[in-house]
Design a binder for this molecule. Structure first.
Ligand code: FAD
Length: 383
């Protein structure tokens, strides 16, 4: 039986960068995933938005590091991830949203975020043609950005392999053997492996993996759809997040990616729990209506395709990351909600420091936000 220092369950948004950073530290790493290749579950469903514009220290700090990793990747390693520092914006169309955003900006500034309030006319410069009626202004965080989850996932995968990490695809973790409160073996539908530590990075399937070691986890997937248009010449800059509720949706967002395609996504209300990857006929008419309301200039764009995936949600909108007390060599890196792609690289480094017991004071502060033993009674402001 092969023995590894660390087994990572799941080759997705979190598992791939984590494997890469573990291998960089010379640990022997095995990644197991039932899909046919890297990043084939929810990683490739993400629309590629990457922001540090959050409301708490943990997510802000982790995503600032992710932004650094994504944005410098091409210079350091040569692969083009499609990174653009196109920024994020939250336009406000009523005074309540304006106040909410401005209040939050004070917290964000205290964590060192580069975010400012811009007037409606300045916003029009960034998003020419945006609906001006009742527009109060917008937040703008120019260092946030976007890149391709497909390209990024593959870049992390190839570098992880180059550094010695091993991958087993078409193989699923089916059982975990414990001895005196510690994992000794990971069983798959094809094989068994001994290991020092195990990382649960199984995304939508995180709860089932936790159950294998006798734990529960508060992660429940909910379905989200997205779509992409044909490519056209660049005509607006930032990610636009329309925070207003409309029948069937809590908010929606869109941006123009590095290839000129407009990518869009909606937050359904009520949530659609479970795992169902079939696209619906409701999504496109609902989303198109919202997009044309705020940005009529999109009306001639042709939609190429839509798809559906899941956010692995927690009750409070924060991830669950940390070593489990009951099973000391089991580390959860789950419940990424709608931000697993943007959290992935920053978390990958942090999880590596958990494995090596090399946490810094700053890491501990981040992990407070993601503590598996919290009460889950709070609520992330941007959830
Ligand atoms: C429409 C849509 C748009 C989104 N847009 C964004 C965005 O712009 N930015 C952003 O940051 N996030 C976005 N997200 C969210 C993001 O996709 C997820 O948060 C992220 O992919 C979760 O990462 P993960 O590693 O936990 O899960 P995944 O990437 O799904 O990886 C988990 C892996 O575990 C594997 N696995 C499952 N069971 C087992 C098992 N038994 N044994 C071994 N392996 C197993 C799976 O096959 C999978 O590959 C979006 C999601 C959707 C659906």
């Amino acid at each position: 039986m092969r023995t590894y220092d660390v087994i990572v369950i799941g080759a997705g948004s979190v598992g791939l960068p984590t494997a890469m950073y573990l291998a960089e530290k010379k640990l022997s790493v095995l990644v197991i995933d039932p899909e046919r290749g890297p990043g084939q579950a929810n990683n490739k469903k993400a629309i590629g938005g990457v922001r540090a514009t959050h409301s708490d220290y943990g997510k802000i700090t982790t995503c600032l590091r992710s932004i650094e990793i994504f944005s410098t990747w091409k210079d350091i390693y040569g692969d083009d991830l499609g990174w653009m520092s196109n920024g994020y914006s939250y336009p406000a169309y009523n005074e309540t949203d304006e106040k909410k955003l401005k209040d939050l900006m004070q917290v964000q500034h205290s964590y060192g975020l580069n975010i400012k309030w811009i007037s409606a006319s300045d916003y029009y410069e960034l998003v020419p043609g945006i609906m001006m009626e009742n527009l109060k202004g917008s937040t703008y965080s120019p260092k946030d950005g976007s890149c391709s989850p497909l390209l990024a996932g593959m870049a992390f995968y190839f570098r992880a392999r180059k550094l010695g990490a091993e991958f087993k695809f078409n193989e699923s973790v089916t059982d975990i053997i414990l001895d005196k409160g510690k994992i000794t073996q990971v069983i798959t539908d094809k094989d068994r492996f001994a290991c020092g530590q195990v990382i649960n990075a199984a995304g939508s399937n995180a709860k089932a993996i936790s159950n294998l070691v006798g734990l529960d986890s508060q992660v429940n997937p909910d379905n989200h759809e997205a779509g992409i248009t044909e490519p056209v010449a660049r005509f607006f800059e930032p990610m636009v997040i329309d925070m207003r509720k409309r029948p069937g949706s809590a908010n929606f967002y869109f941006y123009q990616n590095f290839e000129g395609q407009v990518v869009f996504c909606i937050t359904p209300e009520p949530s659609i729990w479970g795992i169902d990857n079939r696209s619906t006929s409701e999504f496109l008419p609902m989303c198109a209506k919202r997009m044309l309301e705020i940005y009529p200039r999109l009306r001639h764009l042709k939609v190429r395709r839509t798809w559906r995936g899941q956010y692995p949600m927690t009750p409070d909108g924060f991830p669950i990351v940390g070593r489990m007390k009951e099973v000391s060599n089991f580390i959860n890196a789950i419940g990424m909600c709608g931000q697993g792609f943007m959290l992935g690289p920053g978390l990958g480094e942090l999880i590596t420091r958990i494995c090596l017991d090399e946490l810094k004071d700053d890491d501990k502060k981040i992990l407070d936000s993601f503590n598996p033993y919290r009460t889950f009674t709070g609520m992330e402001v941007f959830k």
